[in-house]
Design a protein. Structure first.
Length: 294
């Protein structure tokens, strides 16, 4: 993450008499301190304090991203969205430390009414970073499919609703808050298993296909934004295997060095985000910045 900026020491050189008479704020034996540099921005090229919105914010990578953004001196406010954001103990603890810089919004991003409520809670001000960390691989009545026989229409619909459709529909709901004359970054967590070209093992039909659909939807948005939002950047990010509830049932064969903490993943991904420019829009990138085939 970017380091805090510190003011330079005040110089004690003697000023000419004319300068002494002109300056009433400082003694004649001192010069005014030089202006301090503005805090670095988490978004490349942004000249104002940044405003961010993070989905999936109550746990895992989403929570770690919220925490990291709030520690950044160039971040004005973070909107944390999840089904239980307003009651999440971790987010409540962050709110007690950061006050009005954190806005918690409990909402289901797959529901149109909730997406409209998120936009209303954000207010009319601009959003410069949308970070989508909400996703589904398994659940109480849902498991990754190992074969064609395991496919279920309702399960497919649920996975696609959250993994593929919710991110693009949330962008649609927030369109009025996305400035056309300032840098904007939309970063969405995808997965290497969503790569069609890299699919050699099969299985996980719904999750693979939903991430491939997410990739295509945001790649298409990136093309549109080149015309409508020329300073915007839209990227898909693969975080690696991260120690979260989503991956926990599948970690047995993951080498310890390749199993990342959420905090490490957030740092890596936000580091990528901070270096993005519109020339990167539409890319599918791994946690180390390398390109992933579609």
């Amino acid at each position: 993450m970017a380091a805090m900026s510190f003011a330079r020491p005040v110089s004690h050189r003697r000023l000419p008499n004319a300068s002494c008479r002109a300056s009433r704020a400082y003694p004649c034996s001192m010069s005014p301190p030089p202006p301090t540099s503005p805090a670095p921005s988490p978004i490349a090229g942004l000249q104002v304090p940044a405003h961010a919105l993070v989905t999936g914010a109550s746990s895992g990578i989403g929570l770690a991203v919220v925490d990291a953004l709030l520690q950044h001196p160039g971040m004005a406010r973070v909107v944390a969205v999840s089904r239980s954001a307003e009651h999440s103990p971790a987010l409540v603890a962050l709110a007690s430390r950061h006050g009005q810089r954190l806005l918690q919004v409990s909402a289901d991003v797959t529901a149109a009414d909730d997406r409209a409520r998120i936009a209303a809670r954000c207010g009319p001000g601009p959003l410069h970073l949308l970070f989508n960390a909400a996703g589904m691989l398994h659940g109480p009545d849902l498991a990754p499919e190992k074969s064609l026989a395991s496919l279920d229409a309702d399960a497919l619909a649920s996975v696609f609703a959250l993994n593929a459709f919710a991110p693009i529909l949330l962008v649609q709901a927030l369109a009025a808050q996305l400035p056309r004359d300032q840098p904007v970054v939309l970063a969405a967590l995808s997965a290497r298993v969503g790569s069609i070209g890299d699919n050699r093992l099969g299985g996980w039909y719904a999750y693979r296909a939903s991430k491939a659909a997410l990739n295509q939807l945001l790649r298409t948005l990136a093309v549109e934004w080149r015309r409508s939002h020329p300073q915007a950047t839209c990227v898909l990010l693969h975080p690696g295997t991260v120690d979260t509830p989503l991956s926990r049932p599948f970690q047995a064969r993951v080498p310890a060095a390749q199993l990342f903490t959420p905090q490490h993943a957030a740092s890596q991904l936000l580091g990528i985000v901070a270096g993005l420019t519109p020339a990167d829009s539409g890319n599918f990138l791994a946690w180390d910045g390398s390109a992933i085939p579609w």
